[in-house]
Design a protein. Structure first.
Length: 269
């Protein structure tokens, strides 16, 4: 029961959506550094290729293959289907998909009087509907990798805005994340008997493109409000994902883990 064994993810196969940037990139780096075989996907092919190249030396050090970029516009059903088919092709002679990280997401901010209808379609499709779509399409690969003692894992990147009501006008985003949290619990109940777990990392503020404007204008205030006095760092979210993907997290199913330093308990933001 040593730590190296408990948190070992070496040789596990991992697919991370939105894996080229932000929180997805942080999680990808954590898995690569610990010897997992990582696929990253998203619609920005150039960013995916760059992320894969940047992480390749880390993969060599860890004794694993370099990350593989699989571009896909996850807003589209046909792109999700093509991604799942390509992954099945690449993993045909391996052990299946051990970990699916549903991280890709979008947001939209506007006041209630001007909030556009199109924002709801864009945000809910990517943040909620396609999470279900891709999880559903990956089930054969997840079941191939799953065992009773070492289940396959689905890790959803949620948000504290799906737990508390944010003061910003991000209506579709907060609603989509609340829906994602509940979807994860529903999946946990139905997929547990198939040896697949489903859990959420409800993230607070991290240094990402999505948070850039907010941190530039309110970063000091946010840090001051947080009980731990800072925002999230790459190791925080990578470590939480590694926990859920390893033997240490094998009995965790249907959980929503607040990864925010306690900010959602006190902040007025």
């Amino acid at each position: 029961m040593d730590a190296n064994s408990l948190f070992n993810v070496k040789d596990k196969t991992v697919l991370i959506t939105g894996g080229a940037k932000g929180i997805g990139r942080m999680i990808a780096e954590g898995f690569v550094a610990n010897g997992a075989r990582v696929y990253i996907t998203g619609r920005d092919a150039k960013a995916l290729d760059q992320a894969a190249a940047d992480l390749a030396p880390l993969a060599r050090t860890a004794g694993t293959a370099a990350p593989v970029a699989l571009p896909a516009d996850l807003q589209r059903l046909d792109a999700c289907e093509a991604l799942a088919a390509r992954l099945a092709e690449l993993e045909a002679h391996r052990g299946g998909l051990h970990v699916l990280v549903n991280n890709a997401g979008a947001t939209w901010g506007a006041d209630i009087d001007s909030y556009p209808d199109s924002a709801w379609s864009k945000v809910l499709t990517l943040n909620l509907q396609r999470v279900f779509t891709l999880t559903q399409l990956c089930l054969p690969l997840l079941e191939k990798a799953a065992t009773p003692r070492d289940p396959a894992r689905v890790v959803h990147v949620g948000s504290i805005d799906g737990i508390r009501v944010p003061s910003l006008g991000s209506y579709a985003y907060s609603a989509s994340k609340a829906g994602l949290h509940h979807l994860s619990r529903h999946l946990a109940r139905d997929l547990g008997p198939r040896h697949i777990t489903s859990n959420v990392l409800a993230c607070g503020p991290f240094e990402t493109k999505m948070m850039k404007a907010t941190l530039e204008s309110m970063g000091d205030y946010i840090r001051g409000e947080n009980p731990v006095g800072r925002i999230g760092e790459p190791a925080d979210v990578a470590g939480a994902a590694l926990f859920l993907a390893s033997k240490a997290g094998a009995f965790c199913n249907g959980a929503t883990i607040r990864l925010d330093g306690g900010l959602s308990l006190v902040s007025k933001l």
